[in-house]
Design a protein around this ligand. Structure first.
Ligand code: UD1
Length: 419
């Protein structure tokens, strides 16, 4: 069981220096899934070295793919897809395993996946994915804890999503990429990861347009080739560390980060008192470490305030002067970290999807437990600001998405170790 230990004296360190932001988790995962569309080689550069990617690569390999990782370059090749089934031992580790369904169906015309695991942050249904698949002619049965799909008789369709789900949009794009005719996805998610997936499928020889807007069109083909792509920077990781600077004070430049993907966070951090210079290739943030409460923060679909940054922002709110109202609109149980934060001295009131945090002036180190990925990151930020020693149990959750955070933060002047 990995733990993170953050050791501060009575005056936590300000953060200073430069960070080359890692590649995006949510960008890389669908690209690994889409790599299963082709029998030719795919190269992903800037692929983050994190647990979720490792697990996705294991799933890719279990289907018949080979991969080789050299640093942040991952070479993948699946000459033959010799299994169409994702076992429960693999699916249990990673909810994104279900995002593989579309690609497997495109290629093998049948798929079976055990009900997914991953972050326990809500009901996380996949009904939108399955409804769209059915509209494209996929026959779906639930058997023995597996979702079994038969795509031997699919056709292009016009799909109108009830909600712009990121995963459903990606899954449908991958099924449609290998389905004859043109599929239209209305009310599609507009996240940067959707644009990256479009570019990748097109680089493989597919034909996708409209990503980034609410209507995505996918013309199917069976002829996919090879491609080399760069995984984009991780906007959530950049955002998490930017919040750390706003909390602890100091000055940090985030290299490779595009401020255009973080506008909602940047405006809140400025309201909290940070100075931010955001370009397309780097973001500089400076803070005196005395943040002010920003009133309210409400999560929403891109370009709204990302739900993935709600918990890290909660840590900031816990040390800001005044009260902050946080509304979590996307995932109903993303407030679990708040009970842990109170062990460190945070003042929190929660009801349903609304939390009110009032700055208490100081947090103190405690032994706390990461309950999910972003909640774990929030505890790490709180630990950076707390007096004394903070121990974060269940560090594995943090390792799912953050590449060596102990090294990144220690290089900026903090004292973080992993044991
Ligand atoms: C992705 C991201 C996750 C991020 C989320 C929202 C990955 C690997 N994960 O998750 O980090 O927090 O987008 O930006 O990219 N929903 C349904 N039915 C469905 C699908 C989703 O009701 O079939 C609901 C979910 O319960 C949730 C909302 O829609 O309330 C948003 O989910 P979605 O956009 O699908 O998130 P993910 O793709 O799972």
């Amino acid at each position: 069981m990995s733990k993170y230990i953050i050791a501060n004296g009575d005056k936590p360190a300000a953060l200073k220096g430069k960070v080359k932001v890692q590649g995006s988790k949510n960008g890389a995962l669908p690209l690994i899934a889409a790599a299963a569309l082709t029998d030719r080689e795919v190269v992903l550069n800037n692929c983050p070295d994190i647990l979720d990617v490792e697990n996705m690569l294991r799933i890719y390999a279990s289907l018949g793919g080979n991969y080789e990782r050299r640093g942040h370059e991952v070479r993948l090749k699946m000459e033959y897809m010799n299994s169409h089934e994702i076992a429960s031992s693999l699916a249990g580790e990673l909810r994104s395993s279900v995002f593989m369904l579309g690609a497997i169906l495109s290629r093998a015309k049948k798929a079976a996946v055990a009900y997914p695991g991953g972050c326990d942050i809500g009901l996380r249904p996949i009904d939108l994915h399955l409804k769209a698949f059915r509209e494209m002619g996929v026959r779906i049965r639930d058997r023995y804890g597996y979702i079994q799909c038969d795509a031997s008789n699919t056709s292009a369709a016009e799909i109108d999503l009830d909600y712009p789900s990121v995963g459903a949009t990606e899954n449908i794009m991958m099924l449609a990429a290998g389905t004859k005719g043109t599929t239209t996805i209305k009310n599609a998610a507009g996240e940067p990861e959707i644009i990256a997936l479009q570019e990748f499928i097109n680089a493989l020889g597919g034909s996708v347009s409209g990503a980034g807007s609410s209507v995505v069109r996918v013309k199917g083909t069976e002829d996919f080739g090879s491609a080399t792509v760069d995984v984009d920077f991780d906007r959530i990781v950049a955002g998490t560390y930017m919040i750390a600077v706003a909390m602890c004070g100091g000055e940090v430049i985030f290299e490779g980060a595009d401020g255009g993907q973080l506008t909602a966070l940047i405006s809140k951090l400025k309201a909290a008192g940070a100075e931010i210079d955001a370009g397309q290739k780097a973001i500089k943030i400076a803070s005196d470490g005395l943040p002010r409460a920003v009133g309210s923060v409400e999560t929403g679909a891109y370009p709204g305030f990302p739900t993935d940054l709600q918990a890290p922002f909660g840590a900031l709110a816990a040390v800001s002067s005044g009260s902050t109202v946080i509304v979590e609109n996307i995932f109903e149980t993303r407030f679990k970290y708040l009970a842990e934060l109170t062990k460190m001295g945070a003042s929190v009131k929660v009801k349903d999807r609304v939390a009110v945090l009032t700055g208490t002036g100081r947090l103190t180190g405690a032994s706390v437990k990461a309950m999910d990925l972003r909640g774990g990151a929030a505890l790490m930020l709180a630990g950076l600001k707390a007096e004394g020693v903070t121990v974060i149990e269940n560090g594995r959750h943090i390792m799912r998405g953050y590449e060596a955070p102990e090294e990144v933060l220690s290089a900026l002047g903090a004292s973080v170790t992993k044991v």
